[in-house]
Each structure stands twice: as structure tokens, then as C-alpha cells.
Design a protein around this ligand. Sequence first.
Ligand code: NAD
Length: 483
Amino acid sequence: MSEYPMYIDGCWCGAASGETFDAINPARGEPFGKIPQGRREDARRAVAAAGAAFDTWRKVPLWERSAMCVKIAEAIDRRRDELADILCTELGKPRHQEALAEASEASTPWRIAAEQAKYFEAHTKPCEDAQKRVLTFWQPRGVVAVMTPWNFPVAIAGEYLPYAIVMGNTVCWTPAPTAAAAANKLMACIDEAGLPPGVINLVTGPGAEVGDELVVHPGTHAVGMTGSPATAKIIASRAGLKPRLFELGGNGPIILLADADPEKIAPSVAAACFFGAGQVCSCAERIFVAENLYSAFCDAMVAQLEHWKYGDPWDENTTLGPLNNPQLVDKVSRHVDDALAKGARLLAGGKRSAGPGFFWEPTILTDFSTDSLINQEETFGPIAPIRSFRSEEEVWQAVGACNLGLVSSVFTRDVDQAWRWAEALNTGMTVVNDWTHFWEHHLPFGGMARNESGVGRIGGRHTLEFMSDLKTIVFNLGDPTTF
Ligand code: NAD
């Protein structure tokens, strides 16, 4: 069995206790490696290393920190196949359809952070007092605690780590336990690039212990976390006054207005439901279709199923991987059973696949009720729930029954309608006439204050801002002030 050690203060290491846990291949339901079971003492070691490294790293000129991010990007590109392999093994991502795509894009945020940080200006401020000159500067916050989820272990780490270090912070990073081997492989790229010891530290182990220690430790100064709202609430209650960036769950929706073209749109909506086996925060999750399009759209969605084949993720023809873990299989089953019990109809799929691994059949169901779990919570499985509507009111009522709001899509050819819906939907992003998965690394992404999909914005300069304190320096040209 392969071993996937942690990385603290520039050294590969096991947990201080010597404990390990199994890395599981979800396509087979079998262990393939050993991960150190870190504990609080390991997290503390990482915080000490990051704290010691901060004093030196913050003084490294910005252009050199930027060059280091580019070196890491180059190492990621060199090791692209190795990253794709581990994403296939540990997450079951179809090697050719998904794993390679995530690995190929993994260097992008490192290059964007490297570039954008160099031109991330602060300002001089005019002021009423003619004797004063006021300037603002971005300064690093200190040691940043970063918690990442399992669904995009390499890509999401890239949404935090390069932005943190290019601004002069140091990092203690803990990945979700079911994606710790992939984190180890990304760390190997960072190590290969020659990042000084302590600047990024990787600690594996249970989030409630290792992650919690990173959150509460006085030696960390900001918290960045992508994961579920439930975990974010715990972290918020433990983080005290530390600045936080939370990127959390979503629940669509996608809305097809009466003038949309159902056949043209179905491939895009199916992909928004089934890509990543539905385990993506920006998945469609709920599809509301104007009554006149309903029957044609349902037929077109069922026809799409010929493109979504689950099976061995190494097989070139596989497009749908397994769910990540048995608890998620249970949750998806519960949501589908609940929807059917409350009146939904099954058009296709609807159950866990026979055979080994945690596969779930691509599922299409219709007429889900407003009070069903599928409408009210994030499901995170390959499910396409469709419902027709006659009046806008019906959509607003159903959409409003869920307190998540990350990404929505509206399909229409009517520009006025598109603007109206896009401005009214309570999601951090609305895409007009395309799938919900559109995003590029420099674009702002996140939830809204009136929902539970996140706090703050990730993406390009928005992440640079989160990773910085804005320092104001006032320069007095006159005599000191007296009363
Ligand atoms: P999770 O909430 O279980 O865990 C997220 C991270 O927090 C992990 O690293 C975990 O180890 C850590 N953690 C767990 N308990 C902790 C605690 N008490 N203190 C500190 N850290 C703790 O989430 P998950 O199951 O790994 O990921 C799936 C969720 O992530 C879904 O809800 C999905 O929508 C969301 N997600 C959101 C985005 C986004 O950009 N908004 C992207 C991907 C995934």
C-alpha cells in the first residue's frame, strides 16, 4: 500500500502518534493507501512552523514570491499525469473526462495569483487636511488556516494557497480526509518547486480535530474554508474575530422560460446535473421548466442519458464516476426516496448501482414537491430533478424554500426577462443561457448574505483582498497636532 505523508516545516512526516487511516478507492470500495491520522499536536507543529516562516517569507519581495508561484505552476504541469492518476484513484474521477481536466487546469490559479498580485495596487487618498499625505498598502495577514473539501482536491486548494503565499502569508492546510492522497501529490509539486520550509504546511486527519485546532489556535490569523454550511457554522463559532472566507454548498436552480429551446439546452443542463457525478457546489440540483416546454424537455433529458455512463474510471468511455463515500450514498438515497414519497415520478435511474464501489445511477425525476429534501437541501449526487411551472410565483415559492444560493441559470431569448430574473435570484452568480458550472479563476464567486452558501468572495483579486490587511499610513508634513 502506498503511503501519503503530511508535510510540516519542509519535511515529509507521519503523525506524531504514528497512527494512520486508509485511503479508499470509491470505485472499488477498497483501501489503496495509508494517510497519517494527524491530531491536535500535529496541527500545532504546523502552526509553529508557519509562524516561524512568516517573519522571513513576508519580507521576500513580491516579485520573488510571484516567481515562486510560477515555479510551483511549472511543477504542477510537469506532474499533471501523476495528479490525474491520483484524482482517478482516490476520487474515482473518470480519468479521461474529468481527472485529466482538473489536473491540466491545476496550475492556472498559481499563475493568475502570481500575475494579479504584481498589479494589485492600493491607493493614495486625498484628504481635507492639506498637511497630510495618506497612502494605503496591502500587508499579509499572517498564518492562514485553510480547509478544503474532497470534490476538487487540487483545484480548490489552488483557490487559496497561491493567493495566500503571494501576498506574503504562510499557510496551514488541512484537506478533507477522503482527498488527502491528492493533497499529498499537490504538496509534492510545491516541494519540488523549492518553497522555503514552513511557508505551506499540510496536516492530514479529522477536520473536527486538526481543522479545529488550526481554527482556534492563536497562532493562525485568518480562516479560509470550502465545505458544507454545517461545518462553516461550527468554524464560525470557534474562529473568534479571525477574518473568514467561506465557500459553501449550493442547490441550483436552473430556470427555462417559455421561449427557451429545450432540445438545444438539454445537453448543457444534463451536464450541469451529472458532471462530477453531481458532486459539485454549482450543480443544477433543481430545474424549473415552463409548462409549454415540459414534455419536450423531459424527453430531451432522458435522451441525454446515453452520454452518461458510469463504470471503471480508467475506461475512456466512462463519463460518470462514483460518489465519494458511503454516507453520501445514504444521503442521495434518502433524498430520492423522500421526493418519491412526496409525489415525484421517476423517469430514469433512482438507485445505487449493483456491484462494487459507491456508484449511483444517473437519475431523472419530475414533479418534486416544494417540501421535498431535494428542493430544500443540497443533494450532491447525479440527480436531475425537473418540475414544470405555469406562473412565476410557483418558481419563487419553490426556490425560496431553500436557504442556499450559489449559482443559478436562466434560459431565455428575452433580454428584459433575463435581466429581471438574474437580478432577482438570490444566488452569488446567475448565468444567462449556459450551464451553472461556468467560472474562471479571476471571477468573483460565493454566496449571498441572505443565504447559507458562503461568506465573502473567492477568485482573483477578491482572494488577494481576503489574504491581506489594508494598512493606512498617514504622513504629516506640518507641525504635530495640538489642542
Ligand atoms: P465538509 O464541510 O465536511 O469539510 C470541509 C473541510 O472542513 C474539510 O477539510 C474538513 O476536514 C474540514 N472540517 C470538518 N470539520 C471541521 C471542524 N469542526 N473544524 C475545522 N475544519 C473542519 O465538506 P466536504 O464534505 O468535504 O465537501 C462538500 C461540501 O463542500 C459541499 O457542501 C459542497 O457544496 C461544498 N463545496 C463548495 C464549493 C464552493 O466553492 N462554494 C466548492 C466545492 C465544494
